[in-house]
Design a protein around this ligand. Sequence first.
Ligand code: S3P
Length: 170
Amino acid sequence: MKYRLKKTVVLVGMMGSGKTAVGQALGRLLGVPFLDSDNEITVAANLTIPEIFERYGEPFFREKESQVIARLLEGGPAILSTGGGAYLSGDNREMISARGVAVWLRADLDLLWSRVRHKNTRPLLRTADPYKTLADLCERRQPYYAKADLVADARADYAIEEMAQKVADV
Ligand code: S3P
């Protein structure tokens, strides 16, 4: 099947839902550029995300995140992967719906945990009980992600290419 993308597909959802890996595969599948807001922020700051949080705090990160998303949405159709907190902001949601289509990569807590538990790259999970923190974030954020235009269910047994195809088909 041939797809012709008219708008940027913006992947939203929790950390560990596969936004980056699926986004890359989707970019290849649809023949459009893959963009990643977290990556743009870290390259511009020449710091990792935990370093940005430590040095400048989360509000600074959120401000940069909004600026980067606004800039990336100005280009032609692409796949844009956003950080897990980006879609919580009403301003970000407005920008995204004006220029793109938001797709929530929905994944259950077990899958998310299996993917993030051994990584130390998520500052929000640097707590005494990261599983509980992840569960709380997941629950609190669900109503925001549910505002996305489309939902694609991530599953542990899907290969990345298969998941990208599911997103292309929603
Ligand atoms: C965050 C998720 C991260 C990154 C930052 C904050 C969040 O991105 O933006 O650590 O608030 O959930 P991923 O969703 O790509 O892990």
